[in-house]
Design a protein around this ligand. Structure first.
Ligand code: FUL
Length: 483
């Protein structure tokens, strides 16, 4: 039998209105916020730097600028080997030193003779940037460019003409080689050098000489999705050391009035600033050997698996990304010793993160805003997230496991599109009915990895003790890393 039409429609209308109101509460963002390209970059976690250029052949870290193109002569150069090694290591991309401080160019730039075109490599017809960009494409890796603002070879360095030269080179690199994910501007600039034969010291005013705003606009116009790195951003900042360790407290926001490569102001930037005005997360750059470039005498000084693991946890696990440098050797290959340790690291990370013990387990929270339930925490979807209620002073996550599990690693991520919020927390595990605090920390941001002694636990509790606003957390994970 049909019912009268007007009553249910009327009811349905109000029920819909009511449910919309209760389910979709609004969450105010905490400024500043990342842009879409910074968010995409943030997901890369771990990618490679490759230092390979003239210094590889002169066995130096910083060439003076008087080297001869004839000295650049790799015998077995194979960028596909680099890409394969990087891919196998679980890294997501490669940033290459297209030009280091000595000025030699790995591509046949039309603006200088100081490049591969005058070297014996590939009979002077080689273009390493092309070969590497193609290898990255083939292996599904992102491709990035390091272009040194300092040039110890160029006669015009220190004058306005050099800035035009620098931008012309940037235009070549950002036009001719497909999509670029990151542009890396080194802070080391100004000092003595060859400078076309002048052999003198040239100091520049790092704040004004490069006119960074114009260069940044050039990058934006050619590769809008590329994130730009320098000591102070604009998109990504230096972590403040070359050891591979981010700060325990790492805010992505900083007070950045201007961008100056070479004026890092680490006192302010290493930890970021809780109430900073710009979103400029850190990148942790470190070499797998003592040097950035290949030196045969360092063949037995490749960082060990345990050191690499430590670096991974202290960069990726501390709201940073890991830019791990591989010094390609004089053959033009990633050395066997690197490959061995990288493969061990990849295996370690795979075996740790392939099984998440929190998945499918019962999660409860101290409060939640309608529409942002606890189950978002374990659904492995970065777009869903849990939000606590505004009056919840100690937002808490509890997870009870069906069976005891042996674990030693916990992961938690804030939902970054709403800004970085959490200021401090502690973490407890439940063993044989007893809660034990195993870690106490400060910021979280993109990702916090917590290591603790391997234990058979039946539950865990994560308590936020201070936050800028109600918390928004997208994911948690529970893992067992190999001993
Ligand atoms: C530094 C440079 O001077 C080193 O040679 C290296 O390229 C490193 C990544 O950045 O500032």
């Amino acid at each position: 039998m049909l019912r009268p039409v007007h009553t249910p429609l009327f009811l349905i209308f109000f029920i819909t209105l009511w449910s919309c109101k209760t389910e979709i509460a609004s969450v105010d963002p905490v400024l500043p916020l990342p842009n879409e390209y910074q968010l995409a970059w943030q997901e890369l976690d771990y990618y490679a730097f490759i230092h390979f250029n003239m210094n590889t052949f002169t066995n130096k870290e910083w060439g003076y600028g008087d080297e001869k193109p004839s000295q650049f002569n790799p015998t077995e150069l194979d960028t596909r080997q680099w890409a394969r090694v990087v891919k196998d290591a679980g890294m997501k991309g490669i940033i290459i030193t297209a030009k280091h401080h000595d000025g030699f160019c790995l591509w046949p730039s039309e603006f200088t003779e100081h490049s591969v075109k005058n070297s014996p490599w590939r009979g002077g017809n080689g273009d390493l940037i092309r070969e590497l960009s193609e290898a990255c494409k083939e292996y599904g890796l992102k491709f990035g460019i390091y272009l040194s603002p300092w040039d110890r070879n160029h006669p015009d360095y220190g004058t306005p003409q050099y800035i035009s030269y620098f931008r012309n080179q940037l235009r070549e690199l950002l036009t001719d080689y497909g999509e670029i994910f990151e542009v890396w501007f080194d802070g080391a600039n100004g000092g003595d050098g060859y400078y076309g034969g002048a052999n003198e010291e040239r100091r520049v005013d790092k704040k004004s000489y490069y006119d960074w705003p114009t260069t940044i606009e050039l990058v934006r116009s050619l590769q809008p999705q590329a994130v730009i790195f320098s000591d102070a951003g604009p998109d990504i900042r230096w972590v403040g050391n070359e050891k591979g360790y981010a700060n325990e407290t790492t805010w992505s926001p900083i007070f950045r009035d201007s961008v100056y490569a070479g004026i890092p102001d680490f006192q302010r930037f290493a930890a970021g600033q809780e109430n900073g005005t710009h979103w400029v997360p850190t990148e942790t750059d470190v070499s797998i050997r003592p040097g950035w470039y290949y030196h045969p005498e360092q063949d037995d000084q490749v960082k060990s698996l345990s050191k690499l693991v430590d670096i991974y946890y202290n960069s990726v696990g501390l709201n940073s990304s890991l830019l791990l440098n591989l010094p390609v050797d004089t053959r033009g290959l990633v050395h066997e010793n690197e490959i061995e340790n990288l493969n061990a690291l990849a295996e370690y990370l795979r075996s740790t993160f392939s099984k998440d013990y929190s998945k499918g387990q019962e999660v409860t929270t101290s409060s939640n805003l309608n529409g942002y339930e606890a189950m978002a925490l374990t659904d492995e979807d970065k777009n869903s997230y849990w939000v606590s209620e505004a009056n919840d002073q100690n937002p808490t996550i509890e997870l009870f496991l069906e069976h005891q599990v042996k674990v030693n690693t916990f992961m938690i991520q804030e939902y970054l599109p709403l800004g970085q919020r959490i200021k401090s927390f502690y973490f407890e595990v439940l063993t044989d009915g007893n809660w034990e605090q195993v870690y106490k920390g400060t910021t979280i941001g993109n990702k916090r990895l917590i290591r603790f002694d391997t234990q058979s636990i039946e539950g865990l509790r994560f308590t936020i003790t201070d936050t800028k606003a109600q918390v928004a957390i997208s994911n948690i994970g529970l893992y067992k890393a190999p001993e």
